[in-house]
Design a binder for this molecule. Structure first.
Ligand SMILES: *Cc1c(COP(=O)(O)O)cnc(C)c1O
Length: 401
Protein backbone atom coordinates (compact mmCIF):
# COMPACT_ATOMS: atom_id res chain seq x y z
CA UNK A 1 0.00 0.00 0.00
CA UNK A 2 2.79 2.39 0.88
CA UNK A 3 4.00 2.75 -2.74
CA UNK A 4 0.59 2.45 -4.31
CA UNK A 5 -1.44 5.61 -4.64
CA UNK A 6 -4.63 4.74 -6.50
CA UNK A 7 -5.48 8.36 -7.36
CA UNK A 8 -2.11 8.72 -9.14
CA UNK A 9 -2.88 5.58 -11.14
CA UNK A 10 -6.10 7.18 -12.38
CA UNK A 11 -4.30 10.48 -13.10
CA UNK A 12 -1.64 8.66 -15.14
CA UNK A 13 -4.16 7.32 -17.65
CA UNK A 14 -4.46 9.19 -20.92
CA UNK A 15 -7.08 8.83 -23.60
CA UNK A 16 -8.33 11.19 -26.24
CA UNK A 17 -11.55 11.32 -28.17
CA UNK A 18 -11.38 10.38 -31.82
CA UNK A 19 -11.36 14.10 -32.77
CA UNK A 20 -8.80 14.97 -30.14
CA UNK A 21 -11.40 15.68 -27.47
CA UNK A 22 -9.97 15.66 -23.95
CA UNK A 23 -12.72 13.22 -23.02
CA UNK A 24 -12.95 9.96 -24.94
CA UNK A 25 -15.80 9.79 -27.43
CA UNK A 26 -18.90 8.01 -26.17
CA UNK A 27 -19.63 4.83 -28.09
CA UNK A 28 -23.27 5.35 -29.01
CA UNK A 29 -23.72 1.93 -30.63
CA UNK A 30 -25.00 -1.46 -29.60
CA UNK A 31 -23.35 -3.25 -32.53
CA UNK A 32 -20.17 -2.83 -34.62
CA UNK A 33 -19.31 -3.32 -38.29
CA UNK A 34 -16.50 -5.51 -39.60
CA UNK A 35 -14.55 -5.04 -42.81
CA UNK A 36 -14.25 -8.78 -43.20
CA UNK A 37 -16.39 -11.73 -42.17
CA UNK A 38 -13.26 -13.51 -40.94
CA UNK A 39 -12.59 -10.80 -38.33
CA UNK A 40 -16.16 -11.09 -37.10
CA UNK A 41 -15.69 -14.83 -36.60
CA UNK A 42 -12.38 -14.29 -34.77
CA UNK A 43 -13.99 -11.70 -32.51
CA UNK A 44 -16.72 -14.17 -31.56
CA UNK A 45 -14.03 -16.70 -30.72
CA UNK A 46 -12.27 -14.07 -28.58
CA UNK A 47 -9.20 -13.89 -30.84
CA UNK A 48 -9.43 -10.35 -32.20
CA UNK A 49 -7.93 -7.86 -29.73
CA UNK A 50 -9.33 -4.35 -30.04
CA UNK A 51 -12.41 -5.35 -32.00
CA UNK A 52 -15.91 -4.80 -30.70
CA UNK A 53 -18.79 -7.07 -31.53
CA UNK A 54 -21.84 -6.19 -29.45
CA UNK A 55 -22.18 -3.85 -26.48
CA UNK A 56 -23.48 -6.42 -23.98
CA UNK A 57 -20.00 -7.95 -24.27
CA UNK A 58 -17.97 -4.75 -24.32
CA UNK A 59 -18.00 -1.20 -25.61
CA UNK A 60 -15.22 1.40 -25.82
CA UNK A 61 -16.86 3.58 -23.14
CA UNK A 62 -17.24 0.68 -20.73
CA UNK A 63 -13.65 -0.38 -21.34
CA UNK A 64 -12.36 3.14 -20.53
CA UNK A 65 -14.20 3.17 -17.22
CA UNK A 66 -13.18 -0.42 -16.47
CA UNK A 67 -9.52 0.40 -17.16
CA UNK A 68 -9.61 3.39 -14.83
CA UNK A 69 -11.16 1.32 -12.03
CA UNK A 70 -8.67 -1.51 -12.56
CA UNK A 71 -5.87 1.08 -12.30
CA UNK A 72 -7.41 2.37 -9.08
CA UNK A 73 -7.66 -1.11 -7.54
CA UNK A 74 -4.34 -2.35 -8.94
CA UNK A 75 -5.89 -5.33 -10.74
CA UNK A 76 -5.14 -6.54 -14.27
CA UNK A 77 -8.53 -5.50 -15.60
CA UNK A 78 -12.19 -4.90 -14.72
CA UNK A 79 -15.72 -5.23 -16.06
CA UNK A 80 -18.36 -2.59 -15.34
CA UNK A 81 -21.99 -3.51 -14.67
CA UNK A 82 -25.35 -1.79 -14.58
CA UNK A 83 -25.47 -1.86 -10.76
CA UNK A 84 -23.50 -3.06 -7.77
CA UNK A 85 -25.76 -6.11 -7.52
CA UNK A 86 -25.15 -6.63 -11.25
CA UNK A 87 -21.45 -6.97 -10.38
CA UNK A 88 -21.89 -9.10 -7.25
CA UNK A 89 -24.36 -11.76 -8.40
CA UNK A 90 -22.60 -12.77 -11.68
CA UNK A 91 -19.28 -12.93 -9.79
CA UNK A 92 -20.69 -15.36 -7.23
CA UNK A 93 -22.52 -17.41 -9.87
CA UNK A 94 -19.34 -17.62 -11.98
CA UNK A 95 -17.36 -18.91 -9.00
CA UNK A 96 -19.96 -21.31 -7.53
CA UNK A 97 -22.06 -24.11 -8.97
CA UNK A 98 -24.86 -26.30 -7.69
CA UNK A 99 -23.61 -28.14 -4.58
CA UNK A 100 -20.92 -25.61 -3.71
CA UNK A 101 -20.61 -23.39 -0.67
CA UNK A 102 -19.76 -19.81 0.32
CA UNK A 103 -18.46 -18.45 3.62
CA UNK A 104 -19.60 -14.85 4.01
CA UNK A 105 -19.43 -12.10 6.55
CA UNK A 106 -22.83 -11.73 8.22
CA UNK A 107 -22.67 -7.94 8.19
CA UNK A 108 -22.94 -7.17 4.50
CA UNK A 109 -25.15 -5.10 2.23
CA UNK A 110 -28.79 -6.19 2.62
CA UNK A 111 -29.20 -7.09 -1.05
CA UNK A 112 -26.10 -9.29 -1.05
CA UNK A 113 -27.29 -10.94 2.16
CA UNK A 114 -30.72 -11.63 0.64
CA UNK A 115 -29.15 -13.05 -2.53
CA UNK A 116 -26.90 -15.44 -0.58
CA UNK A 117 -29.55 -16.41 1.92
CA UNK A 118 -32.68 -16.70 -0.26
CA UNK A 119 -31.62 -16.95 -3.88
CA UNK A 120 -28.41 -19.01 -3.70
CA UNK A 121 -30.16 -22.07 -2.20
CA UNK A 122 -32.59 -22.12 -5.17
CA UNK A 123 -29.52 -22.82 -7.32
CA UNK A 124 -28.00 -25.27 -4.82
CA UNK A 125 -25.48 -22.74 -3.47
CA UNK A 126 -25.45 -22.52 0.32
CA UNK A 127 -23.82 -19.85 2.46
CA UNK A 128 -22.58 -19.89 6.04
CA UNK A 129 -22.64 -16.43 7.60
CA UNK A 130 -19.88 -15.68 10.12
CA UNK A 131 -18.44 -12.92 12.26
CA UNK A 132 -15.70 -11.94 9.80
CA UNK A 133 -13.56 -10.35 12.54
CA UNK A 134 -13.04 -13.80 14.15
CA UNK A 135 -10.58 -15.66 11.94
CA UNK A 136 -10.95 -18.95 13.83
CA UNK A 137 -14.72 -18.84 13.30
CA UNK A 138 -14.20 -18.08 9.60
CA UNK A 139 -11.80 -21.00 9.18
CA UNK A 140 -14.09 -23.40 11.07
CA UNK A 141 -16.93 -22.59 8.64
CA UNK A 142 -14.92 -23.71 5.60
CA UNK A 143 -16.15 -27.02 4.13
CA UNK A 144 -14.62 -29.30 1.47
CA UNK A 145 -17.07 -27.78 -1.09
CA UNK A 146 -16.43 -24.13 -0.13
CA UNK A 147 -15.34 -22.02 -3.10
CA UNK A 148 -15.66 -18.39 -2.01
CA UNK A 149 -14.81 -16.27 1.00
CA UNK A 150 -16.91 -13.08 0.81
CA UNK A 151 -16.71 -9.85 2.80
CA UNK A 152 -16.86 -6.07 2.69
CA UNK A 153 -13.72 -4.10 3.62
CA UNK A 154 -15.77 -1.94 5.96
CA UNK A 155 -19.12 -3.56 6.53
CA UNK A 156 -22.56 -2.18 5.97
CA UNK A 157 -24.00 -0.89 8.24
CA UNK A 158 -21.97 -1.79 11.34
CA UNK A 159 -18.59 -0.59 10.03
CA UNK A 160 -16.75 -3.76 11.04
CA UNK A 161 -13.35 -4.04 9.41
CA UNK A 162 -12.26 -7.21 7.61
CA UNK A 163 -8.60 -8.13 8.06
CA UNK A 164 -8.09 -8.66 4.34
CA UNK A 165 -4.44 -9.73 4.56
CA UNK A 166 -5.24 -12.52 7.04
CA UNK A 167 -8.38 -13.53 5.15
CA UNK A 168 -6.32 -13.75 1.94
CA UNK A 169 -3.91 -16.15 3.64
CA UNK A 170 -6.82 -18.24 4.83
CA UNK A 171 -8.33 -18.24 1.34
CA UNK A 172 -5.03 -19.33 -0.20
CA UNK A 173 -4.57 -22.11 2.36
CA UNK A 174 -8.01 -23.56 1.54
CA UNK A 175 -7.95 -22.77 -2.18
CA UNK A 176 -10.85 -20.29 -2.00
CA UNK A 177 -11.44 -17.13 -4.00
CA UNK A 178 -11.50 -14.08 -1.73
CA UNK A 179 -14.11 -11.61 -3.00
CA UNK A 180 -14.12 -8.18 -1.34
CA UNK A 181 -16.79 -5.50 -1.74
CA UNK A 182 -14.84 -2.23 -1.33
CA UNK A 183 -17.80 0.14 -1.84
CA UNK A 184 -17.35 1.97 1.49
CA UNK A 185 -13.61 2.55 1.14
CA UNK A 186 -12.47 3.47 -2.39
CA UNK A 187 -8.90 4.86 -2.52
CA UNK A 188 -8.53 4.39 1.25
CA UNK A 189 -8.09 0.63 0.85
CA UNK A 190 -6.86 -1.37 -2.14
CA UNK A 191 -7.97 -4.93 -1.25
CA UNK A 192 -6.17 -6.56 -4.20
CA UNK A 193 -2.89 -5.16 -2.86
CA UNK A 194 -3.70 -6.92 0.42
CA UNK A 195 -4.32 -10.23 -1.33
CA UNK A 196 -8.00 -10.19 -2.41
CA UNK A 197 -8.64 -12.07 -5.67
CA UNK A 198 -11.69 -10.10 -6.81
CA UNK A 199 -12.67 -6.55 -5.80
CA UNK A 200 -16.19 -5.24 -6.31
CA UNK A 201 -17.73 -1.79 -6.06
CA UNK A 202 -21.19 -0.36 -6.24
CA UNK A 203 -20.31 2.67 -8.39
CA UNK A 204 -23.64 4.12 -7.23
CA UNK A 205 -21.99 5.32 -4.04
CA UNK A 206 -18.71 7.23 -3.61
CA UNK A 207 -17.21 6.54 -7.01
CA UNK A 208 -19.96 8.23 -9.00
CA UNK A 209 -20.80 10.39 -6.00
CA UNK A 210 -23.71 12.31 -7.47
CA UNK A 211 -26.64 9.96 -6.69
CA UNK A 212 -27.85 10.14 -10.29
CA UNK A 213 -27.28 6.55 -11.41
CA UNK A 214 -26.64 3.01 -10.25
CA UNK A 215 -23.56 1.15 -11.45
CA UNK A 216 -21.06 -1.53 -10.48
CA UNK A 217 -17.69 -3.03 -11.29
CA UNK A 218 -15.78 -6.29 -10.85
CA UNK A 219 -11.97 -5.89 -10.74
CA UNK A 220 -9.76 -8.96 -11.16
CA UNK A 221 -7.42 -10.95 -13.36
CA UNK A 222 -7.70 -11.15 -17.16
CA UNK A 223 -8.65 -14.80 -16.76
CA UNK A 224 -11.52 -14.12 -14.39
CA UNK A 225 -12.93 -11.10 -16.23
CA UNK A 226 -12.72 -12.96 -19.56
CA UNK A 227 -14.56 -15.87 -17.94
CA UNK A 228 -17.35 -13.49 -16.80
CA UNK A 229 -17.63 -12.13 -20.36
CA UNK A 230 -17.38 -15.48 -22.17
CA UNK A 231 -20.12 -15.75 -24.80
CA UNK A 232 -20.75 -19.42 -23.97
CA UNK A 233 -20.75 -19.58 -20.18
CA UNK A 234 -19.91 -16.14 -18.74
CA UNK A 235 -22.36 -15.00 -16.05
CA UNK A 236 -22.02 -11.28 -16.90
CA UNK A 237 -22.45 -11.91 -20.61
CA UNK A 238 -25.40 -14.28 -20.19
CA UNK A 239 -27.28 -12.62 -17.32
CA UNK A 240 -26.80 -9.29 -19.09
CA UNK A 241 -26.25 -6.62 -16.39
CA UNK A 242 -24.51 -4.33 -18.87
CA UNK A 243 -23.94 -0.65 -18.17
CA UNK A 244 -25.02 1.79 -20.84
CA UNK A 245 -22.18 3.69 -22.56
CA UNK A 246 -23.69 7.11 -21.85
CA UNK A 247 -23.69 6.26 -18.15
CA UNK A 248 -20.18 4.83 -18.08
CA UNK A 249 -18.88 8.01 -19.73
CA UNK A 250 -20.51 10.13 -17.02
CA UNK A 251 -19.26 7.89 -14.19
CA UNK A 252 -15.71 8.16 -15.60
CA UNK A 253 -15.91 11.97 -15.41
CA UNK A 254 -17.02 11.82 -11.78
CA UNK A 255 -14.31 9.30 -10.88
CA UNK A 256 -11.66 11.94 -11.62
CA UNK A 257 -12.59 13.98 -8.55
CA UNK A 258 -12.96 11.01 -6.21
CA UNK A 259 -9.66 11.70 -4.40
CA UNK A 260 -10.70 15.26 -3.53
CA UNK A 261 -14.15 14.15 -2.39
CA UNK A 262 -12.90 11.25 -0.27
CA UNK A 263 -10.55 13.53 1.65
CA UNK A 264 -13.43 15.89 2.48
CA UNK A 265 -15.88 13.08 3.35
CA UNK A 266 -13.25 11.59 5.71
CA UNK A 267 -12.33 14.93 7.23
CA UNK A 268 -15.95 15.80 7.97
CA UNK A 269 -16.83 12.34 9.31
CA UNK A 270 -13.79 12.32 11.61
CA UNK A 271 -14.75 15.75 12.96
CA UNK A 272 -18.33 14.75 13.71
CA UNK A 273 -17.41 11.32 15.12
CA UNK A 274 -15.00 12.89 17.62
CA UNK A 275 -17.54 15.53 18.67
CA UNK A 276 -20.47 13.07 19.01
CA UNK A 277 -18.35 10.67 21.05
CA UNK A 278 -17.19 13.49 23.33
CA UNK A 279 -20.83 14.49 23.83
CA UNK A 280 -21.50 10.98 25.16
CA UNK A 281 -23.32 9.59 22.13
CA UNK A 282 -22.58 5.98 21.22
CA UNK A 283 -20.62 6.51 17.99
CA UNK A 284 -19.04 3.97 15.69
CA UNK A 285 -16.36 5.23 13.28
CA UNK A 286 -13.19 3.36 12.29
CA UNK A 287 -11.17 6.55 12.85
CA UNK A 288 -11.97 6.57 16.58
CA UNK A 289 -9.58 4.82 18.96
CA UNK A 290 -12.68 3.24 20.56
CA UNK A 291 -13.44 1.29 17.34
CA UNK A 292 -12.50 -2.38 17.95
CA UNK A 293 -10.52 -2.52 14.68
CA UNK A 294 -9.05 0.98 14.77
CA UNK A 295 -5.40 -0.15 14.89
CA UNK A 296 -5.91 -2.77 12.18
CA UNK A 297 -7.69 -0.32 9.89
CA UNK A 298 -5.05 2.36 10.46
CA UNK A 299 -2.50 -0.03 8.99
CA UNK A 300 -4.71 -0.99 6.07
CA UNK A 301 -5.55 2.47 4.75
CA UNK A 302 -3.76 4.94 2.61
CA UNK A 303 -3.74 7.70 5.27
CA UNK A 304 -4.22 10.49 2.72
CA UNK A 305 -7.82 9.39 2.17
CA UNK A 306 -8.64 8.82 5.80
CA UNK A 307 -11.14 6.58 7.54
CA UNK A 308 -14.04 7.26 5.19
CA UNK A 309 -17.32 9.11 5.32
CA UNK A 310 -19.56 6.56 7.06
CA UNK A 311 -20.41 6.65 10.74
CA UNK A 312 -23.19 5.38 12.95
CA UNK A 313 -24.68 6.69 16.17
CA UNK A 314 -27.13 5.03 18.53
CA UNK A 315 -29.77 7.34 19.99
CA UNK A 316 -31.52 4.66 22.04
CA UNK A 317 -34.79 3.96 20.24
CA UNK A 318 -36.30 3.86 16.76
CA UNK A 319 -38.72 6.67 17.69
CA UNK A 320 -35.86 8.96 18.69
CA UNK A 321 -33.88 7.97 15.60
CA UNK A 322 -36.83 8.76 13.34
CA UNK A 323 -37.54 12.08 15.09
CA UNK A 324 -33.90 13.14 14.83
CA UNK A 325 -33.67 12.25 11.14
CA UNK A 326 -36.87 14.15 10.34
CA UNK A 327 -35.72 17.20 12.27
CA UNK A 328 -32.27 17.18 10.65
CA UNK A 329 -33.92 17.00 7.23
CA UNK A 330 -36.22 19.92 8.11
CA UNK A 331 -33.14 21.96 9.06
CA UNK A 332 -31.54 21.05 5.71
CA UNK A 333 -28.67 19.14 7.33
CA UNK A 334 -29.12 16.28 4.90
CA UNK A 335 -31.68 13.89 3.50
CA UNK A 336 -33.50 10.96 5.06
CA UNK A 337 -32.44 8.60 2.29
CA UNK A 338 -30.58 5.34 1.79
CA UNK A 339 -27.35 5.14 -0.22
CA UNK A 340 -24.10 7.00 0.36
CA UNK A 341 -21.39 9.15 -1.14
CA UNK A 342 -23.58 12.16 -2.01
CA UNK A 343 -22.44 15.79 -1.50
CA UNK A 344 -25.16 16.16 1.12
CA UNK A 345 -25.27 14.05 4.25
CA UNK A 346 -27.66 11.09 3.96
CA UNK A 347 -29.08 9.31 6.96
CA UNK A 348 -31.26 6.25 7.51
CA UNK A 349 -32.13 3.72 10.21
CA UNK A 350 -30.59 0.53 8.82
CA UNK A 351 -32.86 -1.87 10.75
CA UNK A 352 -35.94 -0.58 8.92
CA UNK A 353 -34.29 0.22 5.58
CA UNK A 354 -31.09 -1.09 3.98
CA UNK A 355 -30.79 -4.08 6.33
CA UNK A 356 -34.49 -4.89 6.62
CA UNK A 357 -33.82 -8.08 4.61
CA UNK A 358 -32.06 -9.39 7.71
CA UNK A 359 -34.52 -11.06 10.18
CA UNK A 360 -34.99 -9.17 13.46
CA UNK A 361 -33.41 -11.80 15.70
CA UNK A 362 -30.34 -11.89 13.46
CA UNK A 363 -30.17 -8.09 13.52
CA UNK A 364 -30.12 -8.21 17.31
CA UNK A 365 -27.40 -10.88 17.33
CA UNK A 366 -25.10 -8.82 15.13
CA UNK A 367 -25.60 -5.64 17.16
CA UNK A 368 -27.92 -3.88 14.75
CA UNK A 369 -29.97 -1.97 17.30
CA UNK A 370 -33.25 -0.04 16.89
CA UNK A 371 -31.80 3.36 17.70
CA UNK A 372 -29.00 3.08 15.14
CA UNK A 373 -28.67 5.85 12.55
CA UNK A 374 -26.27 5.39 9.65
CA UNK A 375 -24.74 8.58 8.29
CA UNK A 376 -23.03 9.11 4.98
CA UNK A 377 -21.36 12.41 5.81
CA UNK A 378 -21.45 14.96 3.01
CA UNK A 379 -18.95 17.43 1.60
CA UNK A 380 -20.09 20.30 3.89
CA UNK A 381 -17.69 23.20 3.60
CA UNK A 382 -18.06 24.24 7.26
CA UNK A 383 -18.44 21.07 9.30
CA UNK A 384 -18.29 22.91 12.62
CA UNK A 385 -21.45 24.82 11.66
CA UNK A 386 -23.07 21.51 10.68
CA UNK A 387 -22.10 20.02 14.03
CA UNK A 388 -23.61 22.92 16.00
CA UNK A 389 -26.87 22.59 14.07
CA UNK A 390 -26.98 18.81 14.59
CA UNK A 391 -26.29 19.31 18.28
CA UNK A 392 -29.21 21.75 18.50
CA UNK A 393 -31.49 19.10 16.96
CA UNK A 394 -30.29 16.50 19.50
CA UNK A 395 -30.89 18.91 22.38
CA UNK A 396 -34.42 19.72 21.21
CA UNK A 397 -35.23 16.01 21.21
CA UNK A 398 -33.56 15.42 24.61
CA UNK A 399 -31.02 13.08 23.04
CA UNK A 400 -28.43 15.45 24.49
CA UNK A 401 -28.80 17.59 27.61
C1 LIG B 1 -25.24 -0.20 -2.46
C2 LIG B 1 -24.35 -1.33 -2.19
C3 LIG B 1 -24.37 -2.47 -3.00
C4 LIG B 1 -25.35 -2.65 -4.15
O1 LIG B 1 -25.12 -1.72 -5.17
P1 LIG B 1 -26.28 -1.23 -6.18
O2 LIG B 1 -25.54 -0.29 -7.07
O3 LIG B 1 -27.35 -0.61 -5.37
O4 LIG B 1 -26.76 -2.45 -6.91
C5 LIG B 1 -23.47 -3.47 -2.72
N1 LIG B 1 -22.60 -3.38 -1.69
C6 LIG B 1 -22.57 -2.30 -0.89
C7 LIG B 1 -21.58 -2.26 0.23
C8 LIG B 1 -23.44 -1.25 -1.09
O5 LIG B 1 -23.40 -0.18 -0.29
Amino acid sequence: MKNFNPADKIQDLQYFGEFGGVNPSISDSSTYTFLSAKTMFDTFEGNAEGCYLYSRHSSPSNLYLGEALAAMEGTETANVAASGMGAITPTLLQLCQNGEHIVSSRTIYGGTYAFLKNFGPRLGIKTTFVDITKLDVVEAAIQPNTKVLYCETVSNPLLEVADIESLAKLAKKHNLTLVVDNTFSPLSVAPAKLGADVVIHSLTKYINGSSDTVGGVVCGTHDFINALKNVNDGASMLLGPTMDSLRSASVLKNLRTLHIRMKQHSHNAMYLAEKFEKDGIKTVYPGLASHPSHELYKNMINPEYGFGGMLTIDVGSLDKANALMELMQNRNLGYLAVSLGFYKTLFSAPGTSTSSEIPLEEQAEMGLTDGLIRFSIGLDNDIERTYQMMKDCMKELSILN
